[in-house]
Design a protein around this ligand. Structure first.
Ligand SMILES: Nc1nc2c(ncn2[C@@H]2O[C@H](COP(=O)(O)OP(=O)(O)O)[C@@H](O)[C@H]2O)c(=O)[nH]1
Ligand SMILES: [Mg+2]
Length: 228
C-alpha cells in the first residue's frame, strides 16, 4: 500500500539566522598558543586587521600568523611586505577550494601550519588565523581556534548585520569595519550597530575604521583579554 503524507503536518521552525552551536568544546591544552580566527567576506578588512594586530602586539607577544587564500599566497605576501612581523612568523595555506572548507570542514592544513609555527617558535603566545574571504556563512571549527572574530564592513550597505549568518550571530567578536566610509555609501551606523546587537544578544560588537585608528585599539584590547 502506498504511503501518503496526507494529514501529517510537519512544523517547520526554520530561523535562517539560527545556527547550531558547535558541540565540541575548544580543544585548548595547557601551555599552547591561543588561536584566534579572523573571518568575514572578501575585502572587509581582515588582512588590514591582522596587520594592525601585529603592529600593536608584535613587540609584546610571541606572535605568529596563518593566512588562507584560495589560489595564491597574496595575504601572507602582503603582510611580509608590510613588515608587520618577521617573515618566518607568517605561514600561508593555499586552500585550493572554498575557504570555509579549510577552516571548518577539513582543518588539517591549518593545523599543520599552526604546529609548524609552534615548533619554530617555542613558547608562542598567540596564533592569528585569517580565513580566505568568503561570504556570510563561513565560520571556524572550534577544533582549530579558541575564539573567532567576524569582520564585516559598511561599504556593502547597512543591511549586512541584519542578514545574519553564523559569523554575524555567533562569532565571539563582530567587527563593523570601515566606518569612515559610512557617509559615502549612505550607511546608517546606528542601524548597523542596533541590528548587530539584536542578532547577537550579549556578544560584543566593535565599530572601527582602520584609516582613523590604524592600530585597532579596541580589538587589540579584546585580543589581550582572550589571552588573560
Ligand atoms: N576606508 C577604509 N578602507 C579600509 C579599512 N580597512 C581596510 N581597508 C581597505 O580595504 C581593502 C580590503 O582590505 P583587506 O584587509 O585586504 O580585506 P580582506 O579581503 O578582508 O583581507 C584594502 O584596500 C584596505 O586598505 C577601513 O577601515 N577603511
Ligand atoms: Mg585578506
Amino acid at each position: 500500500m502506498g504511503h501518503t503524507d496526507a494529514g501529517h503536518t510537519h512544523p517547520v521552525n526554520f530561523d535562517p539566522t539560527a545556527t547550531e552551536p558547535d558541540p565540541h568544546p575548544p580543544a585548548r591544552s595547557a601551555g599552547r598558543a591561543v588561536r584566534i580566527g579572523i573571518g568575514g567576506p572578501v575585502g572587509s578588512g581582515k588582512t588590514a586587521l591582522v596587520a594592525a594586530l601585529c603592529r600593536a602586539l608584535g613587540d609584546r607577544l610571541n606572535l605568529a600568523v596563518v593566512t588562507n587564500d584560495i589560489y595564491t599566497t597574496e595575504d601572507a605576501d602582503f603582510l611580509r611586505a608590510a613588515g608587520v612581523l618577521a617573515p618566518d612568523r607568517i605561514e600561508a595555506v593555499q586552500t585550493g577550494c572554498c575557504p570555509h572548507t579549510a577552516i571548518r570542514d577539513d582543518i588539517t592544513a591549518n593545523l599543520d601550519a599552526v604546529e609548524l609555527l609552534e615548533q619554530r617558535f617555542p613558547g608562542l603566545d598567540l596564533v592569528i588565523i585569517e580565513s580566505g574571504g568568503d561570504n556570510l556563512t563561513a565560520v571556524f571549527s572550534r577544533g582549530l581556534v579558541d575564539s573567532q572574530v567576524f569582520v564585516v564592513d559598511v561599504a556593502g550597505g547597512d543591511k549586512v548585520p541584519r542578514k545574519g549568518g553564523p559569523g554575524v550571530t555567533t562569532a565571539d567578536l563582530l567587527v563593523i569595519n570601515k566606518i569612515d566610509l559610512a557617509e559615502q555609501v549612505g550607511a546608517d551606523l546606528t542601524v548597523m550597530a542596533a541590528d548587530a546587537h539584536r542578532m547577537r544578544g550579549e556578544l560584543p560588537v566593535i565599530s572601527q575604521s582602520l584609516v582613523r585608528t590604524p592600530d585597532a585599539p579596541e580589538v587589540t584590547d579584546w585580543v589581550l583579554a582572550q589571552l588573560a
